[in-house]
Design a protein around this ligand. Structure first.
Ligand code: URA
Length: 211
């Protein structure tokens, strides 16, 4: 089965899962969009009004800003995959609660496993928190780091959420500045991941020699 079919199967499972806490009569499943064979996965927070209506992530005002910065750095939206931490719209666009994040988390983990990205760009503190639970976004935004996630090295690039940038002029400046550095960070990511692999191997062989 190809990645597209695997994602479609997972989407059907989610559609049938009546235990998902944000599922209501007026919420649609907003699963994800983009190229399943990409190396770059974007993860936002959760669908808003327009996303719920169109069943696609980042199609409202925040999405327009995301499209704008992607164009700025010549990364076609269709060439990456975009999803969220929760896949149904929280009431009144409130922040997702920890138990909601964990209920949707098993599906997000599956999406990550299927796509198997080299780089995850997190948009906002909720998706950042999945990989860097103790980090503060004001300190780490725009700085890539390699983490071990389910036994694999993945480069995480934490970015401010576009909706936060739209609300705050100085964040907008930093948000755009961070995105301008994205192509360089993506290039670096390849070598960072390789270097981390070598370090892990070194660690492993040192541990073996202690046995
Ligand atoms: N904000 C998000 O975090 N995700 C969306 O899909 C839209 C807005």
């Amino acid at each position: 089965m190809g990645k597209l079919e695997e994602l479609q199967k997972l989407k059907q499972e989610m559609e049938a899962d009546s235990s998902l806490p944000l599922r209501k009569t007026d919420t649609n499943l907003v699963f994800g969009v983009g190229d399943p064979n990409t190396k770059i996965l974007f993860i936002g927070e959760g669908p808003g009004y327009w996303e719920n209506l169109k069943k696609e992530p980042f199609v409202g005002n925040a999405g327009k800003l995301l499209d704008q910065v992607l164009r700025l750095v010549n990364i076609p939206r269709e060439s990456v995959y975009i999803t969220n931490v929760v896949h149904h719209r929280p009431p009144e666009n409130r922040d997702p609660e920890p138990d909601e994040i964990s209920a949707y988390g098993k599906y997000l983990d599956e999406i990550i496993k299927i796509i198997d990205p080299k780089v995850i760009v997190t948009l906002g503190r909720f998706s950042m928190g999945k990989f860097l639970p103790t980090a503060r976004i004001s300190s780490v935004h725009g700085k890539s780091q390699v983490v071990q996630f389910k036994g694999k090295n993945i480069t995480i690039i934490p970015m401010y959420h576009p909706a936060a940038a739209l609300r705050n002029g100085s964040l907008m400046f930093e948000f755009k500045q961070d995105f301008q550095r994205l192509p360089d960070m993506l290039k670096e990511a390849e070598s960072l991941t390789e270097a981390k692999k070598d370090l892990d191997k070194e660690d492993e062989s040192q541990q073996m020699s202690l046995v």
